[in-house]
Design a protein around this ligand. Structure first.
Ligand code: F6P
Length: 324
C-alpha cells in the first residue's frame, strides 16, 4: 500500500473532518501518500487528486461539514463511469481508498474495488446522522445531530409550556427512527412517532385527551420517515381530531451542522486511524464498525441489504410511562 485516496460521500455528517484529519495524519505517519477527491465520487470522475498533508487538516477537528465537500453521485452507479474512474486510478497507481459515507457510498466503493480485480482496496467509515448503517451501532454525526435536535427541543419546550401548546417537532433520520427516539427520550417528549412503530393519529389524539389535567402542553417528536415535512399534515389532522391547536417545527438541516460533539470527534479519530491500519494490513471491502463497545472491521453490507431500522420497542413503552 503506497498511495490512497479519501473522499466524503452522501450527506455531510459532523465529525467527517475529524476522521479526515486522522486519516491524513496517520496515513502520512505510516509512509502513505494521501490524496483527497472533492465532492465524493464526483472528484474521481473529474480526475482531480488533491495531495493532502498534515498541515491541510490543521485546526479542523472541531469543525462541522466536510473540507472535501460531499455529494450523492448518481453517475457512479453506471459501470461505464466506474470503468473510466478505475483506469484513472490505475494510471495514478492508487492502491487504496477510504470512503466516508453511508450505505450507498459503500456500495459504489465496493463495486469499484471488485471491478479492479483486487488492485484497489477499499475501507469504509460509517458517517451519517441517521445511524442506519447495518453492522455498526454508531455512525459518525449521529451524536452531534441528536444534541443539536435536543437543544432545539429544550427551547421549544419553554414556549410550548408558556402557552399550553402542543408542538410537533420533526427530526431527520430518513427511514429510521434512531434520531427521533434518542432525542425524544432525552427531551422528555410526551409522544415519539417513528416509522418502525407508529400508532394511528386517532390513537394519538385519544392519548393527548386522556392526559393529566396538569399537562396541558406536549412535545411530539416526529421522525421524518422519508417524507420531510410530513408533520405539517399530521398537525392539521390532529387539530381536526382534537379541536386543539398544534404548532409545527421542522428542524431540517440545522441538525447536521455545527461543531461535532466529543463523542463524534473521538469516534471519528479512532475510526480514521483504524481505517489506515486496515489498509496497511491488506484488508478490503470492510467498514470500521462500533460493536459491543469497541471498534472492529465488519464486512460491507450487501448492496441489496436494507438500511438498519430501530427495533427496541421497549424504549418507546418506557417513554410512555416516564412522560405520563
Ligand atoms: O442521510 C442524512 C440526511 O440528513 C437524512 O436524515 C435526510 O433525510 C437527508 O439526508 C436529507 O438529504 P439532503 O441533504 O440531500 O436534502
Amino acid at each position: 500500500m503506497n498511495k490512497i485516496i479519501v473522499l466524503t460521500s452522501g450527506g455531510d455528517a459532523p465529525g467527517m473532518n475529524a476522521a479526515l484529519r486522522a486519516l491524513v495524519r496517520s496515513g502520512v505517519h505510516f509512509g502513505l501518500e494521501v490524496f483527497g477527491c472533492q465532492q465524493g465520487f464526483q472528484g474521481i470522475i473529474d480526475q482531480k487528486l488533491i495531495p493532502l498533508f498534515p498541515e491541510n487538516v490543521a485546526n479542523c477537528i472541531q469543525t462541522g461539514g466536510t473540507l472535501l465537500k460531499a455529494d450523492r453521485c448518481q453517475a457512479f452507479y453506471e459501470k461505464e463511469t466506474r470503468d473510466r474512474c478505475r483506469a484513472f486510478l490505475e494510471k495514478n497507481r492508487i492502491d487504496g481508498m477510504v470512503v466516508l459515507g453511508g450505505n450507498g457510498s459503500f456500495c459504489g466503493a465496493s463495486l469499484l474495488s471488485q471491478e479492479s480485480g483486487g488492485k484497489l482496496a477499499v475501507i469504509g467509515i460509517p458517517c451519517t446522522i441517521d445511524n442506519d448503517i447495518p453492522g455498526t451501532e454508531y455512525t459518525i454525526g449521529f451524536d452531534t445531530a441528536r444534541n443539536n435536535a435536543l437543544q432545539a427541543i429544550d427551547k421549544i419546550r419553554d414556549t410550548a409550556s408558556s402557552h399550553y401548546r402542543h408542538f410537533l417537532v420533526e427530526v431527520m433520520g430518513r427511514n429510521a427512527g434512531f434520531l427521533a427516539v434518542d432525542v425524544g427520550i432525552a427531551g422528555g417528549a410526551e409522544i415519539i412517532l417513528i416509522p418502525e412503530f407508529e400508532p394511528s393519529l386517532e390513537k394519538i389524539a385519544q392519548k393527548l385527551s386522556q392526559r393529566r389535567q396538569s399537562k396541558l402542553s406536549a412535545i411530539i417528536v416526529v421522525a421524518e420517515a422519508n417524507q420531510p415535512g410530513r408533520s405539517i399534515q399530521m398537525a392539521e389532522k390532529l387539530h381536526h381530531l382534537t379541536q386543539q391547536p398544534f404548532r409545527v417545527c421542522v428542524l431540517g438541516h440545522i441538525q447536521r451542522g455545527g461543531s461535532p460533539s466529543a463523542q463524534d470527534r473521538s469516534l471519528a479519530s479512532a475510526m480514521g486511524y483504524l481505517a489506515i491500519q486496515a489498509l496497511r494490513n491488506g484488508e478490503s471491502h470492510q467498514m470500521v464498525a462500533f460493536r459491543n463497545d469497541h471498534l472492529s472491521l465488519y464486512p460491507f453490507p450487501a448492496a441489496d441489504h436494507p438500511p438498519r431500522i430501530f427495533q427496541q420497542k421497549d424504549l418507546l413503552e418506557m417513554n410512555d410511562i416516564l412522560c405520563s
